[in-house]
Each structure stands twice: as C-alpha cells, then as structure tokens.
Design a protein around this ligand. Structure first.
Ligand code: WTA
Length: 638
C-alpha cells in the first residue's frame, strides 16, 4: 500500500493547504481516487451550513469494509491487521491477519443477517476491548447496518436511553469484560437496560469472562453457536452491501451542554476518506508500522484511529484490552517493547497518571521502536508534554497534539509528525481542507495573530457530522446556529504569532473529565434524581490527573442521620446508576441555596470560581437574589 497523498515536507503541506482552500473539490477528489468505489461520485461536495446539508461524493457507491479488508487481501493478506493484547499479560495474545479478519467479518456479517439484521437497522454494541468488538463493528458496516457502540463505562439507564433514541432492535455484547483487576458483567448491565426496551429482538453474546449470565429464550444467543450455525448452512463469504456515500455508517452518542446525549451521525464515503487521510498524514504511517492507539472503541478515537483509519490504510493496529496501570504502571511500555510499537497515541490524562508513578516503571524498557507519539482528548499541559517527549520519546519522536471531536470524525488541527513543527501544548496548524476561524461573542471573525476567541470552522471537510440521529433540528441549533454559516466547536482557542492554535478548553457547559465529555446538565439531572436532593449545580475544577474534576453543589433535605459522608455516597451511587461510573462527582458540597439571579438563573461563574479556589475575586454579586449564600458557599468549600 502506498499513500501518494502523504505530505512529506513543510512546503508540501503549505502547497496542499493552499490547494485545499482554493479548489476543495479537486483536492478531495484526488484523494478519494485512491479508494475503491463501486461507482464514482456525480458531485464532490454540496453544502450549506444553514440547514445544515452536507453531502460529499454524492452518487458514489462503496462499502467501507471493501476498502478496509478486501482490497488488501492480495498484497497484504498475511500481514497482521489486528494485534490483540489481553488484559492479563500472562494470557496469550492474538494476531489477526487481513485474511483472517476478512473471514471473521464475513462470518459474523452472515450471523447478523441470519438473525434478521438488515441494511439501515441500528445495532448497539456494548463490549470490552476484544477483537470481536472490531469484528462486530466491521460486520455491521459490511451489511449496511448502522452501528452504535456504547462505552463499557455507561450504566443500564444510559444504554436504555441510547437504544430507545436509535430504536436499535439488535444488541451485541459479551458476558463480561476484564479491565485491570475488575471483571465487569456487561451482559447483566444489558439485561437491566432491556427491561425498558422490549423492542429489542436479539442479543448476541460473545464469551470472554465466562461469568454466569442469564440467557433469555427467544432473545439471547451465543456468538459461538451462531457461527456454528452459519457454518452448517455453508455460508462463507459475505458480499458487501452496496452503500451510498451518504448512507449512515454509524451513530455515536456524545454529551452536549443541554439535555440527553445526542447521536452524532457519520456517513460512509466522507468519513472513510477523512479518517484515512488524517491517519496517514498526522502519524506519517509507513507500511509495516505498528500503530497503538490506547483509546476504547466506545469513543470516536477508537472508531477512527483503531478501526477505520488504520485498516483502510492497510496498517497494523494494536488493540489493548486492559488499563495502563495494571498489573503495574509499566504496562504501556511493556506492550511497546513486546510488539515493537512504532506509533503510540494516548491521552494527556494517561500520561499525567503515569508521570505520578515516577520513572521506576520505565526502567529496563527500551522503547526504541517508537517513532511517533500522539495525544488527544483534552489540552495537554507543558509539564506532561515534556515528560512524554523526554521519558517516552527520548526526544527523538515527534509528538502530535491532535485536536478534534466526535462530530468532526477525524483530526482537524494537529502538526504532522516530523513534517510540520510541533509546539508544546499547541495543536498547531489545521489539516489541509480545514478552515478554522476565531470569532467573538457576536460571531465576528477575529483576524490576525496573537488573538483568542471561540473556535469555529467555516468550510466543510469530508468527516464532518451530517446530523444528529432522529433530530436534525438539534444538530442545527447545537452546531450551526450559534454563528451564522459556521460550525461551532464549543471550544475556545488562542492563535499565536505564527498562526498555531492552542485549544484552551470548552466554552460551553461541557466538562472534560479524563478526556471523557460529560455535560454538566446531565450530571445535575442525575443528582436531582436522588430522593433527598432539591436541586444541584455542577461545575468543573482543575484536577491534576483528570484534567477536570466534577464539583457538585447540592441542596439537600434528605435525612442522613447527620452522616454527610453517607449522603454523598448515596448521591454518587445515584449518578453511577443513571449515567455510569465515569460521571461520578469528585466533590459534593452541601449548601442551603444556590447563587441565583432575580430571574432564577444560577450564576455558575461564581460556583466555578469557588470550585477553582479563587475565593477573592468573585465579580459582581449585586444582582443575586440572596448574596449571603455566596459567603456560605465560600466557607463550606471542599
Ligand atoms: C477536547 C475526542 C485540547 C476539546 C477526539 C473537544 C482537546 C473535545 C484535544 C472533544 C486537544 C480533544 N487539545 N482539547 N488535542 N482533543 N479535545 O468528542 O474540548 O470525545 O471539544 O472527541 O475534547 O471530545 P470528543
């Protein structure tokens, strides 16, 4: 596999960037020509951000799995597509070649068909990080079913919300999942979710932990039995379903500043081209390189840079089941040495947590195979950046700080490893095809350098979301209505004297906890479900490892027999039950009232400042209904 569109120098980058802005359609058509299409497009791009309506490669026909699998068989059939490292380092790893993966995806695609799944049906996938997860995703894509992967850290209630929103009638899960010392009973969580989802027709269960599960007659079947069935039926190959470039490929739920998570929809053609293009260019992937992205496939990073980007490029992608700190904090480094990993892509929160263990876990590790390091998910502080550079990259591996979002499908702003300059804590420059702008509150573009503002993108790229599932208006109001004719990211950014971007964080009510997006409104709703809670307000505060922690102010009238700690634990358990353990508040402060304006609006600015320990300069509090609550809140600060 060669990548004629791989940028090799700064001047090539500048050339490509210029062309992508001046002739976007020709630019992307040239890149798209490197893929396998059953039919070419009639038009490269049709768009307006008003509705929004965004169509890339309109009229083209393809199946993304033919690009990820079939087209590699002849030349790369025996090359590892997936290397799977189990949670327990003592357990045997698995290597799945492109030939094997093709076979397994076809087999499981037939299982799906045999269970009634059809093109356009929504399939929810709730699994641990095992090869069967990637196989499930690809098998859905093979037959044109729309996958919706749900991260294993979400609760039954969250799963039920998502199943209902997507009207998903099929579920793929495991008996359980291993994560470090934990054994998470996934099937039992699904069982709880399905109480509220009687429309689910079939649950296919893959065996991993062999924990006890209840298999409901007529609804639940074992993965392994179903494979045997299709073998008996003699179903081997599974021709790929012909998809329109703009047919949905998947839904991925993500949090916003209001209400329930929304189902971001990505489509087949544009997403494929963009994840591949960004993968090959940002990481400067060379044939034969081992790429290790430590994200979970339950998040967009796993979709784009464990599955679709690498596989469409014929790369070898490493799938790790476990966690960075088990059996010890040297696990990543042990994996890097074991497989001679060339590209390591992880999150600042993981780096900061590993830094906390000192240099011991790095001792005796060579790490000499590493060529490129990457980070994603949240701003990386300079200290963590330098530690990563010095201790892991030995100052010889460029670090790519990749800024992007679930909605963007792939990386939008990042240096290209070793090709364009890196700058600590800066995502740096936009990829070709990406036109960022900074705007002020009124949506006026802020030009020039050494400025800051709200980050928007003023022209579509092939990986941009197309809609939010079942509610196009929500997509419009969330992303395209704040500023006219622009996609609003929800992030703030600075642009330095050389035009490099530094992302400063969310400017809306979305928290980023350990790189996970969580809406404050969502957490508040969950806290308010607790019987003793009258109302609550949630804000973020700086957290050494997680980036942001969750600080909740709670008006509580429940009885707890004077035991505040117990009440806190109950509230935390409620949040775990409603959203999942990832949204548990780090701090809960009981208050008698919240600072509200006369019109009843909570003044979050004050709560944020107190949580950040900035107790002095709280700004103007004269518009508050009852300014005395502020003193109480300050006194009770945790
Ligand atoms: C944040 C993850 C700073 C940002 C791919 C964005 C970052 C949100 C970076 C999206 C980065 C992501 N530097 N901040 N390199 N990358 N973010 O949807 O606030 O889970 O809006 O997608 O993470 O999170 P999401």
């Amino acid at each position: 596999m060669s990548y004629p569109y791989q940028i090799k120098s700064l001047s090539e980058y500048q050339e490509a960037y210029k062309r992508s802005v001046q002739q976007p359609e020709n630019f992307w058509a040239d890149i798209a020509n490197n893929f396998y299409w059953r039919r070419r497009w009639d038009k490269v791009l049709e768009w307006n951000f008003k509705e929004p309506k965004i169509e890339w490669f309109k009229g083209a026909k393809l199946n993304i799995t033919e690009n990820c699998l079939d087209r590699h068989l002849e030349t790369l059939g025996n090359r590892p597509a997936i290397i799977w490292e189990p949670n327990d380092p003592e357990e045997y790893h698995r290597i799945i070649t492109y030939k094997d993966l093709h076979l397994k995806v076809c087999q499981f695609a037939n299982v799906l068909k045999n269970n009634g799944v059809k093109k356009g049906d929504r399939v929810c996938i709730y699994m641990g990080m095992i090869p069967e997860l990637a196989i499930s995703v690809l098998a859905c894509a093979r037959i044109g079913a729309i996958h919706s992967v749900i991260f294993g850290g979400f609760s039954a209630q969250s799963i039920a919300d998502r199943l209902q929103d997507a009207r998903a009638e099929y579920v793929i899960t495991c008996d359980g999942a291993y994560r470090g010392q934990k054994d998470i009973p996934l099937k039992s969580v699904i069982d709880d979710a399905l109480i509220a989802c009687p429309f689910v027709k079939r649950v296919i269960v893959s065996t991993r932990t062999r924990t006890a599960v209840s298999m409901i007659k007529g609804r639940d079947v074992w993965w392994e039995d179903e494979i045997k069935k299709i073998e008996t039926l003699g179903m081997k190959d599974c021709p790929a379903e012909e998809m329109d470039a703009e047919d949905p490929l998947f839904i991925l739920y993500t949090s916003g500043s209001t209400g329930k998570p929304k189902g971001v929809v990505h489509t087949c053609g544009g997403y494929m081209v963009y994840t591949n293009y960004s993968f090959v260019n940002v990481f400067q992937y060379q044939p034969g390189d081992i790429h290790f992205c430590t994200a979970d496939i339950g998040w967009i990073t796993g979709h784009s840079y464990i599955v679709y980007g690498p596989l469409s490029a014929g790369a070898t992608t490493l799938l790790f089941e476990g966690v960075p700190t088990w059996p010890d904090a040297g696990r990543f480094w042990q994996i890097v040495d074991k497989y001679s990993v060339n590209i390591l892509y992880t999150a600042p929160t993981a780096i900061r947590s590993l830094m906390g263990f000192g240099l011991g876990p790095l001792q005796g590790k060579s790490l000499s195979s590493l060529k490129v390091l990457g980070t994603v998910g949240e701003p990386i502080n300079e200290e963590a950046w330098h530690w990563y550079d010095e201790q892991v990259g030995k100052k010889k591996s460029p670090i790519v700080d990749t800024w992007w979002q679930t909605e963007t499908g792939g990386i939008l702003i990042s240096n290209l490893a070793g090709v364009t300059p890196a700058k600590p804590a800066h995502a740096t420059l936009p990829l070709p095809g990406v036109q960022p702008v900074l705007v002020d509150e009124n949506g006026k573009e802020i030009e020039g350098n050494n400025v800051s503002g709200n980050l928007c993108i003023k022209f579509p790229w092939p990986g941009i979301l197309r809609t939010t599932y079942g509610d196009h208006e929500r997509c419009r109001t969330n992303y395209f209505a704040t500023y006219e004719n622009m996609y609003f990211t929800g992030d703030g950014a600075l642009r330095d004297e050389d035009g490099n971007y530094r992302i400063t964080g969310r400017v809306d009510d979305v928290l980023n906890v350990s790189g996970h997006r969580i809406g404050t409104a969502e957490v508040e709703n969950a806290i308010n479900m607790h019987a003793g809670v009258v109302e609550s307000a949630v804000v973020g505060y700086p957290h050494d490892i997680k980036g942001q922690g969750i600080y909740a102010y709670v008006v509580y009238t429940g009885s707890h027999g004077g035991d505040e700690e117990l009440a806190r634990r109950d509230i935390t358990a409620t949040v775990s039950r409603i959203i999942g353990p990832i949204a548990k508040p780090d701090k809960i402060q009981f208050v008698t009232g919240l600072p509200k304006t006369r019109s009843g609006k909570i003044m979050r600015r004050i709560l944020r400042k107190v949580a950040e320990n900035e107790l002095e300069n709280l700004g103007d509090t004269s518009t508050l209904l009852d300014p005395s609550v502020v003193d109480e809140i300050k006194k009770g600060k945790l």
